[in-house]
Design a protein around this ligand. Structure first.
Ligand code: 13P
Length: 249
């Protein structure tokens, strides 16, 4: 069975009630009839709005982070059950911005991954190396370490209910896209690492590429054998740009 292409938007900390209405409505209308699986991950305060505009469409919605706890005295945190209350299907876990600015260690990421599955959400687990790590030729080690933390805590079978996103940190928001060959090499490595635990899980796993994906480069990236779609930052904030990428899926 070929894997369905999946295009997910990550709005990061962008948006406003007024602006989102136009963006979500245009995405909803333009996505009708497209064959890719699609989702947008919006800031927490806009989940209700995403739910009201996108309900009944072929675009799902999700969040960009989750607490590893179920409930309790954790000021500022948002739990998986709260996300489910707003109809979220997806949650981004371990984005490099969370890892580098907010102290999401491999252990925290593994706990958040487990919490999202417990709440019935599909985690989009982000992995990827920095430029320093790439230059030091340790991309494979870094990505493997990030994956292994999750496999060790949740088990490889948990990846049947998850999506992985390879996001080289040096390509995020920089306009520098990994070449299709560079991305494919790491995607193949990720799939091989998982296949070493379970060939079945590896074969079904959607592995997205993220980092300066645009409609102009999406088709070639998504044409690689182990690239199953994209996690889109900047281009997900403009309906035509996002839809142009979805069309490539
Ligand atoms: P850009 O598409 O803006 O490079 O962001 C990628 C990203 O971080 C998506 O999560």
């Amino acid at each position: 069975m070929p894997r369905t292409k999946f295009v997910a938007g990550n709005w990061k900390m962008h948006g406003s009630l007024a602006g989102n209405l136009a963006l979500l409505s245009a995405v909803r209308a333009g996505a009708a009839g497209l064959k890719a699986q699609m989702a947008v991950c919006v800031p927490y305060p806009y989940l209700a709005q995403a739910q009201s505009v996108l309900a009944g469409s072929n675009v799902a919605w999700g969040a960009q982070d989750i607490s590893e706890h179920i409930q309790g005295a954790y000021t500022g945190e948002v739990s998986g059950t709260m996300l489910s209350d707003f109809g979220c299907r997806y949650v981004i876990i371990g984005h490099s911005e969370r890892r580098s600015y907010y102290g999401d260690t491999d252990a925290v990421v593994a706990a958040k991954f487990a919490a999202s599955l417990k709440a019935g959400l599909t985690p989009i687990l982000c992995v990827g190396e920095t430029l320093t790590e790439r230059d030091a030729n340790i991309t494979a080690q870094v990505v493997t370490r990030q994956l292994d933390a999750v496999i060790a805590s949740s088990g490889v079978a948990a990846l049947e209910r998850a999506v992985v996103a390879y996001e080289p940190v040096w390509a995020i928001g920089t306009g520098k896209t990994a070449t299709p060959a560079q991305a494919q090499e790491v995607h193949a490595l990720i799939r091989a690492r998982i296949a070493a635990e379970s060939a079945h899980v590896a074969a079904g796993l959607q592995i997205l590429y993220g980092g300066s994906v645009k409609s102009a480069n999406a088709k070639e990236l998504f044409g690689q054998p182990d690239i199953d779609g994209g996690l889109i930052g900047g281009a997900s904030l403009v309906a035509d740009d996002f839809l142009g990428i979805c069309v490539a899926g």
